[in-house]
Ligand binder design. Sequence first.
Ligand SMILES: [Zn+2]
Length: 488
Amino acid sequence: MALAVGLDQRAVHQCSRAAIQSQVSSYGRPNPPWEPPKFGIAASKDEEPVIPRISIFAGLRDESKEPRENQDEGVQLPSVAECAVHLQLLESFHVLREKVLKSNALDRTFSIWPKIPRRSAAEYRRNPRRAAALDPTFQARRQKKWHIFVDLAVARFASWWGEMDNILRLLDAGEIPPLDVLMVWHSLLLNPRMYTALCEESGYQGMSSLRFPWKAVHDAISTKDSSFVLTESATATYSKQTGLGPDLLGYLANFEQFAPAVTKVLSKWANTELRKADIDQALQASPDMAPDQVCLLEHCVIAIDQQPGPTSGLRNAVLRQVNFVEKMGEQVWLRSPALSGTLNRAISRYGQFLVLFKKYPSTLLVPTLDIDLAWHTHLCSPQQYRLATSHTAGRFIDHDDTIDKDALEGGLDKTKDLFRIRFGEEYLRCLCWDCEALRSALEENPVRQGCREVDYEAISETVSLQVAYHRAVEIARRKQEPLPVHAV
Ligand SMILES: [Zn+2]
């Protein structure tokens, strides 16, 4: 099986290369040797395909309907549905970061302007984009917005966590926090030692036995564009708890609302260095400041406070996660024709990966991207993770995302060898849509039951059509055009 997939994998890539090559080289010539298949266009929204299929999320547990005390605490790996929601959540984080970085309104909020010669000022007013190109430092300085956004998100997480007496009850009722707070909580969960230390320090042991609210997260995310919207009750609860609305980006981007003293603080933060004294000064200078802006400044104080504590590395943990989010975004598994197969295989390979920890306790074992997704999904439910790793790996397995590149490369080489020795399967494999769809098709084929009559040509034709169709849908989705339809 592995060999068959290996050979077909090479063939797929050769075929893909040939197809792309022929498209490029035949541009403008008659009778191109290869043409991508053409699909009809949906006449209405109702006709448009839903990708990923709703059925993939069918197994999600509704925490509001299953009280915690009744939950089965046996050994469990993450489910396909949970991994699929995790992909949705990562895509939402990606979309959020893109919006922050690209927002011109946020540039104004933080007074991040292109530095241009005085004589070009008039030109800047006429053509801001051209003026921005005159300043080679402008794009780099705009990155600071994301750092400030993360700092504020960490502060908002601290306010949310401070209301912990209510949080367990709220989470049980499906009331999750806003996306930025969720992003911080998610990064904290991926650093289990930091998370446990915080739970212990705050005395919130319930948070370490919590199952991540995947169902509520899924309900908040739009399948179409991965935007994130809280329910009305969750919005009201969060606003009441913390004094700020759930949409941090929308709030900050509304630059015209801020008092001059607040604008001065935000500008200082983005362009020089912000100190607590600056914020105190702003609060004193504007005694009539609107309550939400006072609340924002209070969050600024928490954000720049560098006191050592269990979460002092949290900001960097959130920033480090961007890497993983981007890698997942490049794979686009969420919209691939093989989503279910990819996730099923990822979970099963993750189970094998855990076994390696038991067999080789002193080796640095490094996950592949698919295994890492299952691992991260598992970490989001700390108790489930603790039980399963103790059972399968024989001990608690820490997740450390600060290991340096050289050590990771060496560890990956070693893991590849050990995986092959232990399970007789390839560890590193191509996880692109074509290869994954082919793998799924071969798994569903009777070849597994020992039947030798396999029509590889028919399989490959079906797979390539499936992939071409999903690719066409994804292109149309990104262009915000009506989606193609196809009877597969
Ligand atoms: Zn491939």
